[in-house]
Design a protein around this ligand. Sequence first.
Ligand SMILES: [Zn+2]
Ligand SMILES: [Zn+2]
Length: 484
Amino acid sequence: MLVLVKKLKRKAYWLLFLGLCCLAGPVAAQAPTAVVRQGHVPADSLFRLLYVPIEVPAGTAEIRVREDYNHEAGNVLNLGIYGPEGYRPGTTAGFRGWSGGARTAFFINAQAASPGYVPGPLRPGTWHVLLYASTIAPAGIDWTLTVALVPGPPGPAFVPAFAAPAVNNRPGWYQGDVHLHTLHSDGRRTPEELVAEAGAQGLDFIVSTEHNTNSANLSWGRYARPNLLVINGEEVTTTAFGHWNALGLEPTTLIDWRYAPADSSIARYTAQVRAVGGLAIINHPFFPDTINRFRFAVRHFDGIEVWNGRWDARNERALAWWDALLRQGCPLLAVAASDTHTAAPSPNQLGRPRTVVQASALLRAGITQGLRARRAYLVADRPLNLTFTARAGGAPAGIGDTLAVAAGQRIGVAFELRGASAGTVTLLGENGVLATSPVASGGSTAVRWQLPPGLPRYLRVEVRNPKGAMLALTNPIWVSSRPR
Ligand SMILES: [Zn+2]
Ligand SMILES: [Zn+2]
């Protein structure tokens, strides 16, 4: 690696870089020091992490980083930074931001930072810019990092504004989108735009899931809306091994992504999520073909995003995988989410699909506990809602419950659907279809089935439109035998 440290005197160049950093905070532009580093990532270094050390002197008020490389060849060189508090995989103490392939320049100062990055004091010492190639053309990637260190007083401190953990104390079924992106990763909307749209879509809660950063979670409180709960999360993202969502984090918690399936480290990180009451959910396991295919062991996870955006063949595969796991007795939660990045038109529109959760209240712990109990169903859009119960003599069991059935007892199933006027309702068990019924044309369907003798391991319902696309999908009611 060629290392050049020099005071930049070429005014035009410098003005260009200052222009790129026009979002920078109130730091006065005293003669910055520029550190220029260059290197080459050979084509065989896909997914290799490269930490580029940068010495940051005391009295630095702002760090500005710009990355240059040839994008036209299809290269993607992901970008992030760690402070002197620590950067080794397994520690996130020094984490100061990540933008992956979504941006090629950022700044950090005491009060503000580019989206994806964390404002705060700039400790002097060795910082590390993290570069990570997720696509490399055969010729490799020639890259240049230009780092400007701006001296000056630190300026006023950043004041976080965390989302309120509760909206109400009423038990009920709450609709949420558990997977979405803003400018804090590779989304195109601001957090403010996203919460406005969530309100318009009638969502009760959203989960903030930016790629590999918690920077959005530090400020959701600034965009609070009545009746909308914002839950902190993160999409833990490696292009090589797949994506998973950490749902229900503390706003300052960051889950590391820098390990491989072979490390056997994943258990430690999913445990970190559960330790704060959250859930670890496998995302879009078959998206789109070979890259992002999920490669960590499923036993470490709480659930699967079987429905990501508009219903398609990838979702069909995820559904089949989830169902196969149910048949093996792995009671994983199924969730649906938009994974929205842009406003419509897009196959990934906020709230389409959505997960509807039975919760003790519209508060963070209520929603995560409802998800953990798998009291949730999934719908394509806002107007759809349903009830699904089964009984065998005693009290009815609902979604997520276990129905105890005595020998010889028969199971009665009741299913009601509102908001759909065409399609098919299918009741399924571990051996496949148990019963079907048409969706009534008036927008409200009520079905009752009496099952033949025998004990299915679980019961679940799918509702599809006449073209076969999913309209609604329940998590199972589990069935167990009860001694007479
Ligand atoms: Zn993803
Ligand atoms: Zn995503």
